[in-house]
Design a protein around this ligand. Structure first.
Ligand code: SF4
Length: 79
């Protein structure tokens, strides 16, 4: 039986959001902690060694306002 294949990995850098949509369901939006580098390294390890993912893989940053983490944060996440 063929393994299921996925091409999308959804990540949350943290809950922080500087917007306040009335319909928002996300708690802790004032919390500005961001994902630790070690956590992302574990994610990369699992993703790139998974038999369930195939090229191309899309990493989608979601929840909170991802861009509020700032340019420097995302530069540190590049492999
Ligand atoms: S997390 Fe999304 S839905 Fe919630 S306040 Fe921010 S932008 Fe709006």
């Amino acid at each position: 039986m063929a393994l299921p294949r996925r091409q999308l990995v959804i990540l949350q850098q943290g809950p922080f959001c500087n917007i306040d949509c009335k319909y928002c369901y996300l708690p802790n939006r004032a919390n500005n902690k961001t994902m630790a580098q070690e956590t992302l390294e574990k994610v990369y390890h699992e993703v790139f060694n998974s038999n369930y993912l195939r090229d191309p893989i899309t990493f989608l940053w979601h929840a909170g306002e991802p861009l509020a983490a700032g340019h420097a944060f995302f530069r540190t996440l590049l492999p």
